[in-house]
Design a protein around this ligand. Sequence first.
Ligand code: ATP
Length: 509
Amino acid sequence: MRCVNLLSFGDIFPQKTKSFISGMSHKNVQSLDQIVSLCKARGFIFQSSDIYGGLSAVYDYGPLGVELKRNIMNAWWRAMTQEHSNIVGVDAAIFMHPRVWEASGHVEGFNDPMIDDKQSKKRYRADMLIEQHILKLQEKGKGDPAKEAHAAEVQRLLDTAGTRKGMCEDLYEIIMEEEIHAPESGAFDWTEVRQFNLMFKTHYGATSQSDEDAIYLRPETAQGIFVNYKNVLDSARVQVPFGIAQIGKAFRNEVVARQFVFRMREFEQMEMQYFVEPGSDEAHYEQWLEKRMAWHRSIGIREEHLRVAPHPEDKLAHYARAAADIQYKFPIGWQEVEGVHNRTDFDLSRHQEYSGKKLEYFDQKAQKRYVPYVIETSVGLDRTTLMVLSDAYREEDVDGEQRTVLNIHPMLAPMKVGIFPLVKKPELQELAQKIETDLRRSHRVMYDEAGSIGKRYRRQDEAGTPFCITVDFDGLDDQTVTIRYRDDMRQERVSVDQIAGLIDSKMSF
Ligand code: ATP
């Protein structure tokens, strides 16, 4: 979401940083394309239905990607449920009763303002067209006070769109006033701005084709939690404050769906709804915002690439009392990775009204009834994966040679250990395979005997594997191996029976 009022912010990516290792310098990620190519080449993420030309804004995770994504998912699940005695999980179905989406406001209000270029027939999100335009004005106007003031004025108009005539009318007026041309055709030949519902509709049941039986693919996982609130309350012996966590797919027919896995039409969310007593909501909201920022740092994301952007009060969603985005400095700029919202009692009250079922909580101690307020933390799993990859990506010059390396936190790394016999000799292979079998019991490992040791190290660096073990002839005599660390390429000699303990000691957040 678009935001102002930044609480904290970091500087831009350093272009080239001297490492503490002599003869080595590194560059962080410069563009999304670097991540996209690495993901395809190394099997992290592929375009969906690639052999048919691809399906836009839908992606598949490959062998390394699925491991990374699961590790992130497990880290979140553990932090939210295992580490909180009062948070339980659910796994609700994607299909839900159509009335759910009427109650939640999605049928009526889950819209994006869009505008069509009559010449190319391409559709754009009106607010994003204006945002792009502002970025250009800001770039061109640097150092010229009149131009800077103009860019700031357009930003103000965008921020207050919807307060003059209506959202669509205000956005249309800005596009006309600013003479914003279509990015692809260059034409200035627009339709009106219209609202476009983002929910995917389908038909439920074999015989049904009518709109009355329409059913939606859920656009967020949160509603699956709200409709199960009473089931959980009645079965799980929880007391307010308590939370319900869920990880699952969500679907949005996004108008602008580019930028790789940042904005997809099918994606995954990790959401937690925390039910609290009204009046305690503000304190809980602040606590969750802090906790969620701490989680992002704990998984290894650099502090200077994270910031909190609170939503201005006049821009809050209809149900929210306070909201903030946790933003990450992606190669495409600062963007939301997670939303933390104070949803008040909006959702439970609406479901109470639409279902006719009481969703109140009876507070035994205080002997009073109320509909709890909800603090929501909602983070995109795919966006988090992209954030982890972007933050970890480095291109390094090591004494004149280039290596690409992913400095992923060991707990998230798809493969934990690469195991290599120095050469393809049975006695080395035998010891290497024994080490592999031992480690495989508790870690994802990769045995590799193809190519020079240097090449094998590079392959593991690109996969983000934090440790590599090489078995050589000396090791056959004294049962030692060389362990090489991905980040600083340090190598040390350790005995075979120390390997598991050494690796385990690095496996915590
Ligand atoms: P944006 O403003 O970027 O569209 P949003 O404010 O609509 O996001 P929420 O509805 O708050 O997003 O959803 C919570 C999280 O789900 C987001 O922070 C993001 O990480 C993820 N998410 C939302 N839409 C998408 C999408 N189309 N593709 C991938 N992830 C998404």
